[in-house]
Design a protein around this ligand. Structure first.
Ligand SMILES: Nc1ncnc2c1ncn2[C@@H]1O[C@H](COP(=O)(O)OP(=O)(O)OP(=O)(O)O)[C@@H](O)[C@H]1O
Ligand SMILES: [Mg+2]
Length: 107
C-alpha cells in the first residue's frame, strides 16, 4: 500500500474473502514497473529505475517488498506484482485463513 502511494500516487484496495483465504489487491495508476522486472523488485536493496523521465522517489532502501513477502510467506500466503489495467502496478496478496498453512520462520 505504501508503494502504491509513494511510487504510484494512490492506492485502490480491494479485499475479497473466499472459503480459504483473504485476497487483497492493491492497484495504482502510476508509471508501473517494466515487464520482466516484477520479481527482481522483491530482491533486497533493489530499487527501480526512473520511468517516463521522472526520477525515482528520493527515499527508500529497496527492502519494503522483500520484507513484506517474507512476512506474508510466514503466514502461508503469497504476494505477486503485475501490470494493472490502468498501466500502474497491481499487487496481489493472498492470506489463507488456516493458520496451520503458515510456513516455518526462516532460519
Ligand atoms: N507501485 C509501484 N509503482 C512503481 N514502482 C514500484 C511500485 N512498487 C514498487 N516499485 C518499484 O520496486 C522497487 C522496490 O520496492 P521496495 O518497496 O522493495 O523498495 P522501496 O519502495 O524503493 O524502498 P522501501 O524499502 O522504503 O520500501 C521500488 O524502488 C520501485 O522502483
Ligand atoms: Mg517500498
Amino acid at each position: 500500500m505504501e508503494n502504491a502511494c509513494v511510487h504510484g500516487g494512490s492506492a485502490d484496495i480491494r479485499v475479497v474473502e473466499t472459503a480459504t483465504a483473504a485476497e487483497i489487491s492493491i492497484e495504482d495508476r502510476g508509471p508501473g514497473i517494466p515487464a520482466g522486472q516484477f520479481e527482481r523488485m522483491f530482491e533486497p536493496y533493489v530499487r527501480g529505475e526512473a520511468v517516463d523521465g521522472r526520477p525515482p522517489p528520493p527515499h527508500g532502501t529497496g527492502l519494503g517488498l522483500a520484507i513484506a513477502r517474507n512476512i506474508i510467506h510466514c503466514h502461508g500466503g503469497s504476494v505477486t506484482l503485475r501490470s494493472g489495467s490502468a498501466g500502474g502496478v497491481l499487487a496481489m496478496v493472498t492470506l489463507p485463513h488456516d493458520p496451520t498453512a503458515a510456513r516455518e520462520l526462516p532460519g
